[in-house]
Design a protein around this ligand. Structure first.
Ligand code: GCU
Length: 671
C-alpha cells in the first residue's frame, strides 16, 4: 500500500511542477517580472525627539547587490525580503544576513567599507529587533536620511519606497510589525542619474545608505502630526501658531504652553484637524550672541509634544538684512556635512558640535549648510550655540528641469526640510539651488520650489546661489587684465606685446582705466530675498584665459591680484548681495608662493576680503569652505587625493593660514 501511495505522490509532484513550468514558460516572464509598485511615505512626523522613540541605531548587517537581484520582482525565489534561513542544511539559499558583514548605523556603507568607496549602486541593510507594543498605539518607522532611493521591507512585506536623499520620511508600520522578533530589510541605492536631485555629477561624495537616525515611533491613534510656532517676521510680540492633527478631527482642543513665559492658550481644530492662529507673548529674542530657547509644549486629549524653540525675526529692507530689527551682516562660512577627523557623512550631535564650534572659532555668526539637507542635529545644535543657518536642497548645476519626477524629488526635499526645521531659530535662509544655468524651464522649476517654501513658511529669507556674468562681462575681465599687464613693471616684454595687441584689437587706449564690474542680473533674483553669488576671482577664470591670451597662467594670476580689490559687484535688484562662495585650494603644510600653498590661499582671501569691503551692496559672505571634503572631481595625487582642498582646515582639523585671515577679518573689520 505505501509503495502505491509513494508512486501516487510522485505522479502528483511531477504534475504540479509541469503546471508551474507551463505557466512560467508561457508567461515568458521567467527573467523579467513586472516591476512592483511601492507605497510612498506618510506625511512627515514632526517634533520627533519628544515622542515615544525606540532607536534602531547601532549594528546592522549588509549585502551588496549590484544587479538588484534581491528585489522580489527580480528573483524567482522571492528575493531577500523572504529572508529564508537554513532549517535542515538542505535548503538552497544564496544569501545570509546573519553572517553578512556588519555596519554601524547611521553611517554610509561607502565610508565603512573601502571596497565600496567608489561604488554607486544598491546595498541591502538588515536589522533584527524585538518589539512589544503598549496598548493600541500606532507604530511608525522614521528615517532621518537615506541616500538616495530607499525600499523598506518588514517581516517579508513591502512597506514602501522613498526617492530622494537627505530628508526624513516615515511609514505607519502598525500592520507589519509583530510582537517579539522582527526582520527589517532596507534596500538603499546611491545611484544618481541625469533625472535625480542631485544628478550624478556633484562636487561632493555620494555617501550611500542610512546616513541618519532610524527610529520606531509610537503615537496615539490620532496624534499631533506637526506644529509651527514662530515669530511674525516684522514684529516681536506676535507669533503664528499652526498645528496639524493626523486625522481631520474637528473641535479637538489643542493647548500650547510656554511655562517660562507663563503663557497658555487653547484652540479648537477645524474640520481638517488643523489650527492657524496668531498668539501674543513677549520672549527674550534669540540671537547668535544670546541663543535663548524656550520649552514649548503642545497637547490635546491624547498626545503631547515638546521642543526647545528660539524666537527671533529676520527680514530684509532694501539692501540690508535685519535680525530682530537690528541691521546685521552674515559673517559666514560654507560647509559640507562631513565630520572632522572621521570618514563619511556627519550625522550626530557630536559631529555638528565640533563642526559648528570650529565655525564659531572663525568669529562667524552664520553658516551655509551646502548643498543638501543635513540631519536635524545641525539646526538643533546651531540653535543652542548661536549660529544662523542657510539650508539648501541639492538642485545643483544642470537638472532635468522638465521631468515631473525630478520636480517631485526636489519638492519632497524642500517641503520635508522646511516642515522638519521650521521651528529652528538658527535657520534664517532657505536655498532652492546652486549654480543652475538660466532657462525658462529652470525658472518654472525654481519658482515652483520657492512657492512650496512659502506654502509652509513665510518667515525666512529665500535665496539661490547664482552664477552670473555674461560672456561680454567676462570679456571685460580679459581687457582689465590686459590693461593691467601693459602697466605693470614686472611683466616681461613678450607678454606686454601680447597685452597691447589685445587692447589694439578692440581700440582700447592703453592710458585709459577700467574697473572690472559685474552685475548680478539673473531673472530669478526677482523671486528671491537674498541675491547670492558664487565667484572665484583669484582661483578659477584665469585658467580659461591662458589659451586665448597665450600668456603664462602665473602672469595672469599675479595681474588678477592687482585688480581684484577694485572689482565692483552690484545687482539690478535693490536687495542684499550675499557672496555664497569664493575661495582657493591649499594642501595643509604646503608652503611657497605657488598654487596649492597655504600662502596662495591666504593671499586670495586677503584680496577677496578687501574687494568685499569695497562693495556696500554685499551684506553677507560664506567663503568656500570650512573643511576639506571628499570629491570625485578632485583626483590630483599627492595634493587632492579625492579631496576638494578649499577648506580653511584640512580633513583632520588642521588650520591653514587663511583660517586666521578670515578669523581676523570678522573680528576686527566689516561691521
Ligand atoms: C562651485 C560649487 C561647489 C564646488 C566649488 C569648487 O561653486 O558650488 O560645490 O565645490 O565651486 O569648485 O570647489
Amino acid at each position: 500500500m505505501s509503495r502505491f501511495k509513494g508512486y501516487l505522490f510522485f505522479l502528483l509532484t511531477v504534475f504540479v511542477f509541469a503546471l508551474n513550468a507551463q505557466d512560467s514558460l508561457d508567461a515568458s516572464d521567467f527573467f523579467d517580472r513586472p516591476p512592483q509598485t511601492y507605497n510612498t511615505p506618510d506625511k512627515l512626523l514632526g517634533w520627533i525627539d519628544s515622542r515615544n522613540l525606540t532607536s534602531l541605531n547601532g549594528e546592522w548587517s549588509y549585502i551588496v547587490d549590484p544587479m538588484n537581484n534581491g528585489l522580489p520582482e527580480s528573483s524567482f525565489f522571492g528575493g531577500f525580503p523572504k529572508n529564508k534561513t537554513q532549517k535542515t542544511g538542505m535548503e538552497l539559499i544564496e544569501y545570509n544576513f546573519e553572517t553578512a558583514a556588519k555596519i554601524s548605523i547611521p553611517g554610509a556603507w561607502n565610508a565603512a567599507d573601502q571596497q565600496l568607496f567608489f561604488y554607486r549602486g544598491p546595498v541591502w541593510l538588515f536589522k533584527k529587533f524585538d518589539y512589544s507594543k503598549q496598548g493600541n498605539q500606532l507604530t511608525h518607522i522614521y528615517f532621518e536620511g537615506s541616500n538616495f532611493t530607499t525600499k523598506i521591507f518588514l517581516n517579508g512585506q513591502s512597506v514602501g519606497e522613498f526617492k530622494g536623499g537627505y530628508v526624513p520620511f516615515n511609514f505607519d508600520i502598525t500592520d507589519y510589525v509583530k510582537e517579539g522578533e522582527n526582520i527589517l530589510l532596507v534596500l538603499t541605492d546611491n545611484t544618481l542619474n541625469k533625472s535625480t536631485v542631485p544628478t550624478n555629477k556633484t562636487d561632493w561624495w555620494p555617501w550611500g545608505g542610512l546616513i541618519g537616525d532610524v527610529y520606531l515611533i509610537e503615537t496615539p491613534q490620532t496624534f499631533i502630526l506637526n506644529a509651527f510656532v514662530q515669530l511674525d517676521s516684522e514684529t516681536f510680540d506676535k507669533a503664528l501658531l499652526k498645528v496639524q492633527l493626523s486625522e481631520p478631527l474637528q473641535n479637538s482642543t489643542v493647548t500650547i504652553t510656554i511655562p517660562e513665559l507663563k503663557f497658555q492658550q487653547s484652540f479648537l481644530t477645524d474640520s481638517s484637524g488643523s489650527i492657524a492662529e496668531e498668539i501674543s507673548f513677549n520672549p527674550i529674542l534669540w540671537s547668535p550672541d544670546n541663543p535663548k530657547l524656550y520649552k514649548v509644549n503642545i497637547s490635546n486629549s491624547s498626545d503631547f509634544i515638546t521642543d526647545q524653540i528660539g524666537f527671533r525675526s529676520i527680514h530684509i529692507n532694501g539692501q540690508q538684512i535685519f535680525l530682530n530689527g537690528k541691521q546685521i551682516k552674515f559673517k559666514g562660512i560654507s560647509m559640507h556635512a562631513e565630520p572632522i577627523a572621521e570618514a563619511g557623512p556627519a550625522f550626530s550631535k557630536n559631529h555638528f558640535k565640533k563642526l559648528l564650534k570650529t565655525a564659531k572659532d572663525l568669529n562667524t555668526n552664520f553658516v551655509r549648510a551646502a548643498h543638501y539637507p543635513y540631519s536635524r542635529h545641525l539646526a538643533k545644535t546651531a540653535d543652542e550655540i548661536g549660529l544662523m543657518l542657510w539650508e539648501e536642497v541639492p538642485v545643483y548645476w544642470n537638472i532635468d528641469w522638465t521631468n515631473p519626477e525630478t520636480f517631485t524629488i526636489a519638492k519632497n526635499q524642500i517641503s520635508r526640510l522646511v516642515q522638519r526645521d521650521w521651528n529652528r531659530s538658527s535657520v534664517v535662509v532657505w536655498s532652492v539651488a546652486n549654480e543652475t544655468p538660466f532657462s525658462p524651464n529652470r525658472m518654472d522649476f525654481l519658482n515652483n520650489l520657492i512657492a512650496e517654501i512659502k506654502l509652509n513658511d513665510e518667515t525666512r529669507l529665500t535665496t539661490a546661489a547664482l552664477l552670473s556674468g555674461s560672456e561680454d562681462q567676462f570679456k571685460l575681465l580679459v581687457l582689465a587684465l590686459a590693461l593691467q599687464g601693459t602697466k605693470s613693471e614686472w611683466v616681461n616684454a613678450k607678454e606686454k606685446i601680447i597685452f597691447k595687441s589685445i587692447l589694439e584689437q578692440v581700440n582700447f587706449a592703453e592710458d585709459s582705466s577700467l574697473d572690472f564690474s559685474i552685475s548680478i542680473d539673473d531673472p530669478l533674483g526677482e523671486s528671491l530675498d537674498l541675491i547670492s553669488y558664487n565667484e572665484y576671482f583669484g582661483w578659477y577664470y584665469v585658467t580659461f584665459f591662458v589659451d586665448q591670451m597665450q600668456v603664462e597662467e602665473g602672469t595672469l594670476r599675479r595681474l588678477m591680484f592687482e585688480i581684484l580689490e577694485d572689482i565692483k559687484i552690484t545687482s539690478i535688484y535693490n536687495k542684499p548681495i550675499h557672496i555664497s562662495e569664493f575661495g582657493a585650494g591649499a594642501k595643509y603644510g604646503t608652503t611657497g608662493n605657488k598654487i596649492w600653498s597655504e600662502e596662495y590661499q591666504a593671499n586670495v582671501y586677503r584680496h577677496q576680503l578687501k574687494m568685499i569691503s569695497n562693495n556696500p551692496q554685499i551684506q553677507g559672505i560664506t567663503p568656500w569652505i570650512l573643511k576639506d571634503f571628499r570629491a570625485m572631481l578632485r583626483p590630483l595625487p599627492g595634493i587632492q587625493d579625492f579631496y576638494n582642498r578649499k577648506g580653511l582646515i584640512d580633513e583632520n582639523g588642521n588650520k591653514k593660514e587663511a583660517f586666521m585671515v578670515l578669523q581676523d577679518f570678522y573680528d576686527t573689520q566689516w561691521e
